[in-house]
Design a protein around this ligand. Structure first.
Ligand code: ZN
Length: 192
């Protein structure tokens, strides 16, 4: 990672090539990796997300941050080693803002990874945390929730201009959603 890159990181949206890349494993946890993780954690908290993979900041390396109950965990080279059951639930993604839809995920998973001190960690997770872990590992493999979504359940969450009005759910199709993201991406290319 070239010097100075970390501070300028931002969450990239659908259409950015890093989101479709299979991230490469990390070797030693260097100071650059720790800086990357710190910055990813800031971006994730700022966006009120539950997880963020390095692909989502344009860096296809195998590291993700995940909100566990109280603490935030950094997972280096995470792998799902077992999965059980199937559970549908509504899911969204910081790289596909305002788009939501139902995805069937394992109800329980076991994930192995390394932490920032290089120690092996094993996380047994259920429900929402299992879902977040699967979603982040998918990102590291270049996969997005829209690849798995039950298309008839896709919707935009329309956030009202005034706080008093209620949020509105607007059904959409995958085709329309991708068109919206592609034109937004085209409009923003050039601003870095
Ligand atoms: Zn995501």
């Amino acid at each position: 990672m070239p010097e100075g890159v970390i501070g300028r990181l931002r969450i990239v949206h659908y259409g950015h090539p890093a989101l479709r890349e299979r991230a490469t494993p990390l070797g030693r946890v260097t100071r650059d990796v720790k800086d990357l993780v710190r910055r990813m954690a800031e971006l994730m908290r700022g966006a009120a997300g539950l997880g963020l993979a390095a692909n989502q900041v344009g860096i296809p390396r195998r590291v993700a941050v995940v909100q566990m109950e109280e603490e935030l965990a950094a997972l280096v080279n995470p792998e799902i080693v077992s999965a059980k059951g199937n559970e549908p639930a509504v899911e969204g993604c910081l790289s596909l803002p305002r788009l939501y839809g139902e995805v069937v995920r394992p109800a329980e998973v076991v994930v192995r990874a390394r932490d920032l001190s290089g120690r092996r960690v094993e996380i047994a997770a259920q429900g929402l945390l299992a879902r977040v872990l699967c979603h982040e590992v998918d990102h590291l493999n270049g996969k997005l929730f829209i690849d798995l979504v039950e298309e008839s359940t896709l919707y935009w969450l329309v956030v009202p201009a005034t706080e008093k009005a209620e949020q509105v759910i607007q059904p959409t199709t995958l085709e329309e959603a991708l068109r919206v993201f592609s034109s937004a991406q085209a409009a923003s290319s050039g601003d870095g």
